[in-house]
Write a protein that binds this ligand. Sequence first.
Ligand SMILES: [Zn+2]
Ligand SMILES: [Zn+2]
Length: 251
Amino acid sequence: MAGTKRNPDWTRDEHLVALDYYLDNRDDYFSPTGAGVLELAAKVSQVAKALGLTGSDTFRNPSGVSMKLLNFRSHDPQHDTKGLPQGNKLEKIVWAEYADDPAALKKVVASILDVTQAAAADDAPVLPEDELSEAREGQLLTRMHRYRERNAAIVKRKKASYLKQHGHLCCEACGFDFQATYGDRGEGFIECHHTKPVSELAAGETTKLADLVLLCANCHRMVHASRPWWTVEELRSILRTIRSEKAPPTD
Ligand SMILES: [Zn+2]
Ligand SMILES: [Zn+2]
């Protein structure tokens, strides 16, 4: 059955890495034997590997990577691209999100490559996978976000500091207090959400208490339920709006 195995589709992470290269080299021919494309193919393969993807001999090879770059060209208004194939939907989406903000993309890609390298190291952190909606920054940084906010030591410090200041633990968005609702079983129960996008953190930068907010499980789930993730300010303002719509008229 050799050769019949279908390679997995390109992920958002891989698209971001390729788009960053495209924007730096917009007028190139993207020859599959050129040094730039070869290097990019190696990077994209590492990212795919960090995500646990594997494929056949043609998996993320230089020809495929070159084709991906030419697909981006079909979205580029700076180029007359009649006749170029339109690629998949994600190309269009990441183009719309980042083509006009290459500096932001560059930060994101640097972080993706940092996490990729860390994933290849022996003492790689085990990045949790769950049903979070993928961040704009891709799956690797989504997992890194989760990893950071589940760091037991910092979570413990955050809860202790909040408790000292407020006398009880509650959701900083909706006010839900697990202990008040569930009694003893809810004591000390609350989740931590990291408010900074992973791509804003320098490599090796540690989490500060000020970067964390306490959220109940429902609010935290809603922040991450679709893309783009809500900021805590957005979450609070949505709660306020919906509560005021539901409130009975006071006059
Ligand atoms: Zn809440
Ligand atoms: Zn979170």
